[in-house]
Design a protein around this ligand. Structure first.
Ligand SMILES: [Zn+2]
Length: 187
């Protein structure tokens, strides 16, 4: 998910030890494909998660799912505070929404759909069960923005984009806008 501010914070050119990946854009087929479960919890997985955080921050995002960097695995990272609060950094491996309630309709963006923002209806609160980088199960609850980020990122792991939640008419308009941008070499 992309940060709310369209005016990104200027990032200083510090050297990061973690690789930054390229974020793939809609309509790359990897975004529409359900991801595979993670079965091996290795040091390489922990490193990959760090790369995901670096990639997300570099792209000014508050959430990133592995398919967005062309890795079709059930891994997602979220930081709704964008580096402000370390405790907000969440790593979800093989996550599942186990409870949800309420409704919220807010504008959403996606790193794979740059500059497209549309209102999306989501549950206002969700509870998620997932594994951490060591393979240990845990639960996390979120409301408002965190709830939206959790739903948005977990959707990615099932090949679902926020576009898929829009009305047919709205989705068509957005798709036409993207086609136009592609034609002009701006996508
Ligand atoms: Zn997204």
């Amino acid at each position: 998910m992309s940060a709310k501010t369209t005016n990104p914070k200027t990032t200083t050119a510090t050297v990061t030890p973690h690789k930054i990946h390229e974020v793939v854009k809609y309509p790359d087929p990897v975004l529409a494909k359900p991801s595979e479960k993670v079965t091996e919890f290795t040091p390489e997985l922990a490193e990959f998660v760090e790369e995901m955080f670096e990639t997300m921050y570099a792209a000014q995002g508050i959430g990133l799912a592995a398919p967005q960097i062309a890795v079709s695995k059930q891994i997602t990272v979220i930081d709704v505070s964008f580096k402000e609060r370390p405790e907000d950094k969440i790593v979800l491996i093989n996550p599942e929404i186990i409870d949800r309630t309420g409704k919220q309709i807010e504008e959403e963006g996606c790193l794979s759909l740059p500059d497209i923002r549309e209102k999306v209806a989501r549950a206002s609160w969700v509870k998620v069960r997932a594994q951490n980088v060591k393979g240990e199960f845990f639960e996390v609850e979120g409301e408002e923005l965190l709830s939206r980020a959790l739903q948005h990122e977990i959707d990615h792991l099932h090949g679902i984009l926020f576009l898929d939640h829009l009305s047919l008419l709205k989705r068509d308009l957005v798709k036409r806008r993207i086609k136009k941008l592609q034609k002009n070499g701006e996508w």
